[in-house]
Every structure is written in structure tokens, then in C-alpha cells.
Ligand binder design. Sequence first.
Ligand code: GAF
Length: 398
Amino acid sequence: MRPGQRAAAAFAAEHGHAPDGVWSAPGRVNLIGEHTDYNDGFVLPFALPHRTAAAVRRRDDGTLTVATLGEDGQLRRAEPLALAEVAPGGVSGWAAYPAGVAWALRAAGVPVPGADVVIASDVPTGAGLSSSHALECAVALALLGLAGLSPGGTDSAGTADAPDLDQVARWVQRAENDFVGAPTGLLDQTASLRCASDHVLFLDVRSGHGDQVPFDAARDELAVLVIDTRASHSLSESGYGDRRRGCERAAELLGVPALRDVSVEALPAATDRLPEELRPLVRHVVTENERVLTTVAALRAGRLAEVGPLLTASHASLRDDYRVSCPELDLAVETALSTGALGARMTGGGFGGSAIALVSTAKLDAVEQAVTEAYAARGFTAPRLFTAAPSAGAGRDE
Ligand code: GAF
């Protein structure tokens, strides 16, 4: 059963009646453009087929109840919350995500009624595939839907007066930054909300402008293999914030609003003006933005195979300059490449999480087997491997 159907069934079993509606949102893979979003740069994500669904029913007593369906089929219930009293620091664990979204919407003046929410998901958690944003986006759309405000999606018209999806993404970012405490950018929630089937989303984070670029790997007998390293990854505790502050400091020293404003041509002169420790950060961000533009040009020209070396160059930059890779990610990338992948890189924030590899379908089995064996030989936890094609963005299921 799809997560939306499982959430609806679990809701009916828990509350004794059907939900008012079910909304769901996908996890994402970022094809390229890593750690560029909070530098006002370019990203190129696509939505995974894996989704998180929220089945909801309105309550008029200002209470939010949230329960989530575990892999074992058992419901885990969070403490009911009085929405008027919900504040940052007041909710911990997984319930902080839905609570943070309700808090951010209310802080923005959205009339969030009380609600019963039941969650079901098949997005791998802790895998750097944006499971937290899938949860937050599904809950955001569900609470907006209960308030009669349905933003238009990639394949649906919105209601009048509804916020647009960029606005929803900024509210979700506020929940993540100010409530959950993870200083993330706009990549993940925008991907979950705005990606479309069969396309990657070429997003200019500064302007919010997004172009849907066709992406059909199967046509070229290629596939994107996702390798969940199962190495732990936590954005609020990792060096993510350090990298972000380093970029902001570099932009300040260079006198530009963001590192987006440094061109590849200006890079040598710019780095000369910076302290040693900030130079590699700037080098990564500037060259990564350029790699996104080159990737988009190759895709538009129908030359998908040319993307491979760009992915690999992105990984080297993230490993050596930005220093957000880890042995498990490096092993996945190296093994995929030595078994014939056209390109491979870590995806997402790093410090664990997932890698992707662009592989010819003829070599898929060999790459999967080689990665699994290499992990076993190094004594790493067995990775989870699956192929993924660009899938639908967030929306209403029922
Ligand atoms: C994480 C963050 F949530 C994103 O905003 C982005 O910065 C990404 O890491 C790195 O590109 O997924």
C-alpha cells in the first residue's frame, strides 16, 4: 500500500472515522549543486518515488495530536499539544517537525485549526534523502488544506488566497531553522514541493525561479543508483553550521551579498584576499555553481552521459575542499566508478547519508554487487541500494 493509503487506514483505526484529507510529499535526491543553496546559488534536485503522507482531520479545540506509523505497523503517539502554547524548545524528537510547521504557519498568521494527524512514510530516514522535509511539507500542505488554503502544485490549481509553494517552502524552512534547530537552506523543501515527474528542478535559490528540465535516464539506458550508506548523518549536530558560517564570513570579507556573486573568473583573485581556511569553501561553492550550469546545458542538449564527470568532480570538491564526505561515501563513489559508473557523488548535506551514481543499466548489477562487497570487506554496515527516477512533487492524495 502507498503511504497515503496506509496513513488513511491507520487514521480510521485510531480515530474511528475517516480523515478529512490526505496530503503527501516526497524525499529528494540532489543531482548536483551541493551546499550552494544557502549561498544563494543553483541546485538541481529531483523528487524520489518515496513519500511521507499525513492523514488529517480538523479539530476545533486548538489541539494538535500527531501519531506516526512505524515500520512494525505500530502507531507511536506524541503528547497532544495546545497549539497556542507551542514554542521553540518545547517539543523534542520527531514530533518537533509537525509541531514546528504548525508553529511557523501560525507565526505567519495562517489560521491553523487544531488537527488530528496520522503519518505514514516510506522515505528512508537518516539517509540524507530529506525525510524530515518530506514530513514537514506533507504536514504544511495538510494544515493549509484544513484551513481551505491549497497552494497550486505542478499538476493542480490552487485555491484563491492560497500562498504559493515558495512561501510554503520558506515557512517550512523557518520550522526547520527556528524550531527544530537545523540551520538548513531551501533546497530540500523546495524540491519536495516543486519537483515534477520526469524532470529535475533547476532552481535559482536567490530568485526562486525554477525550470523543469527533462531527465529521462532510461532513454539512454542509464539509471541513477542511490546508495544509502547508513552512516549516521545529523544536520543540527554536524559541521553543517560551521560550513555555512564560513561561507557567510567569506562573503562578508569579499564584500558581496553571497558567494553566488563570485564568478569562476574572479575566483583566484577572490581567494587571494581570504584567510587560508576559507579558501577551499569558496572554491567549492563557486565551482559547484558552475557545474550545475554545465549540467543543465548538457541535459538540455540531450547529452546525459556528459553529466557523469561533473558528478564525480562535485564529489571531489565536496570531499577535498568542503570536507563534508566520510569514508562510507568515498567508498561508495570510488567503487561505483571503478565498476564502470559514468559518475558518482555524495548527495545532500554529507557527513554520512547517501551517494548517487549514474550507471548504464547493463552495469547496474555489477555496481550494486561491488559496492555491497566493498562495504562488507571494510566492515561497514551493509548499504541500502535502489534506483530512482524523478517522481511527483507534493500534493493532495485524497
Ligand atoms: C541539506 C540541507 F537541508 C540543504 O538545505 C542543503 O544545504 C544540503 O544539505 C546541501 O546541499 O540537505
